[in-house]
Design a binder for this molecule. Structure first.
Ligand SMILES: [Zn+2]
Length: 197
């Protein structure tokens, strides 16, 4: 177990003050690895808060280049990065904010050839992929290796969030046995949730 450095003691002081949190919880975060797939509007925002909270190692997985129409919601990106691989800018931005963590940036999508190794190397996986093929692969691997998965998605003005714990909860395929027919990149999406229902 890695203990906190003096810098980390100060960086996380305000959250360690929280009742029931304390230094032991902060050390657990430092010693944790979280895999974030699909580091876009959703995964990028999640990764930002995991980074500032002090999760010791993030594995960011996202193929493809930044597009101008990503910029209404991808808060780790900068305008001059359009056309470049998103995941490397995500790493750079996060390390500028919190240099005390480790980040592996992998410019790949979730694939049958990489999913098992990635899931095994993380304590928790965040499924923020933008397509159901990747979501299904990730879900199956998390079930296979008994790893918890946080599942979230956005579409238009809707968002959902749930946690899948193998053996305790239904998995993604149980929740959505039929894959919705959807238009890749054809849906509208808002960068922040301003609206209450
Ligand atoms: Zn299932």
């Amino acid at each position: 177990m890695q203990t906190l450095t003096p810098t980390e003691q100060e960086r996380y002081r305000r959250q360690m003050m929280l009742p029931g949190f304390g230094e032991a919880s902060q050390q657990r975060l430092k010693n944790a690895t979280v895999l974030v797939t699909g580091v876009g509007g959703l995964g990028g925002t999640a990764a930002l808060y995991l980074a500032v909270a002090g999760v010791g190692r993030l594995i960011l997985l996202r193929g493809g280049e930044l597009r101008l129409d990503d910029m209404n919601r991808q808060i780790l990106m900068t305008d001059d990065w359009v056309g470049q691989p998103r995941v490397f800018k995500a790493k750079e931005t996060l390390l500028n904010i919190n240099p005390d963590i480790k980040i592996d940036a992998i410019c790949e999508y979730v694939h049958p050839n990489n999913v098992d190794e990635l899931v095994q190397s993380a304590d928790v996986t965040l499924d923020c992929a933008h397509n159901f093929a990747e979501r299904d692969l990730l879900n199956a691997a998390c079930v296979r290796w008994g790893k918890p998965m946080v599942e979230a998605a956005m579409n238009d003005m809707e968002a959902y969030l749930t946690t899948i714990v193998p053996g305790l909860t239904p998995c993604l395929s149980c929740i959505f046995p039929e894959k919705p027919d959807w238009d890749k990149r054809g849906f509208g999406v808002l960068g922040c949730s301003l609206r209450g229902r």
